[in-house]
Design a protein around this ligand. Structure first.
Ligand code: NDP
Length: 249
């Protein structure tokens, strides 16, 4: 029997990048996956088709994770039409980089709303389903910059550090319900988010990485799939670094 057979998993921001790879990996391991996206409808549809070609189940759910009402309405529909979500991967995220002195308030707000408030909206709506199931896995995607900082990313680093405090507190609240909460903090991973960086910045990053290469979305997905499985029953409230040695705790 496959590890995640019968489980229902919601992955936010699964149309591209890390979220896409996680959705694919969880589906491969037998979970029914719900692919959340905001703008990239064609990409979300093509992922669903790829998963169905493997003989697995995938559903699409368009909602903006930064919009509390949309989140609550769409997740209620999922509960009614698909069933109780047992695995939640809070992955959707954006960057709006700028030095603090020049940062526009809207870029601060947008990053905090999309990367941090979203975790509150989505998790609060999904949690009662996990409580009903007496089993749950919550995996939140933070970043190495929550630990190291990065110039031009005060908004992003603040949101990503906030995710860690949130996860540690929630892990204690729900441990008695057989629900685990963990964080993955990736380093430099090859996705659209990093593709836009100037070559010079990319080179500088690569020089600092002991393994001398960027990570792949699939490598993050393997870790997420392990944390989502029964094999990780005794792990909660932890942060997992996956960064080629760039930062070690
Ligand atoms: P990408 O930019 O490649 O993909 C972002 C995904 O998030 C897309 O699927 C996008 O959907 C979705 N998304 C963005 N805003 C929203 C929103 N408001 N509502 C719903 N979905 C949304 O990013 P990555 O795959 O690189 O990043 C994934 C996560 O990993 C993020 O949280 C990021 O901060 C984190 N991370 C990434 C690192 C990296 O090096 N790449 C390093 C450390 C952390 P759509 O296109 O449909 O709008």
């Amino acid at each position: 029997m496959e590890e995640l057979n019968g489980k229902i998993a919601l992955i936010t921001g699964a149309s591209r990048g890390i979220g896409r790879a996680i959705a694919y990996e969880l589906a491969k391991k037998g979970a029914k996956v719900i692919i959340n996206y905001k703008g990239s409808e064609e990409k979300a549809k093509s992922l669903a088709q790829e998963i169905e070609k493997m003989g697995k189940k995938a559903y699409l759910a368009r909602f903006d994770v930064a919009n509390s009402q949309e989140v609550r309405n769409e997740i209620k529909k999922i509960e009614k039409n698909i069933g109780n979500i047992q695995i939640l991967i809070n992955n959707a995220g954006i960057v709006r980089d700028s030095l603090l002195l020049k940062m526009k308030e809207e870029d601060w707000d947008k990053v905090i709303k999309t990367n941090l408030y979203s975790i509150f909206y989505v998790t609060q709506t999904v949690l009662p389903m996990m409580i009903k199931e007496r089993w749950g896995r919550i995996i939140n995607i933070s970043s190495v910059v929550a630990f190291t900082g990065n110039p031009g990313q005060t908004n992003y680093a603040a949101a990503k550090a906030g995710i860690i405090g949130f996860s540690k507190a929630l892990a204690l609240e729900v441990a008695g319900r057989n629900i685990t909460v963990n964080v993955i903090a990736p380093g430099y991973i090859e996705t659209d988010m990093t593709a836009g960086l100037p070559e010079k910045v990319k080179e500088a990053f690569l020089q600092q990485i002991p393994l001398k290469r960027a990570g792949l979305p699939e490598e993050v997905a393997y870790l997420a799939a392990f944390l989502a499985s029964e094999k990780a029953n005794y792990i909660t409230g932890c942060v997992f670094h996956i960064n080629g040695g760039l930062f070690r705790d």
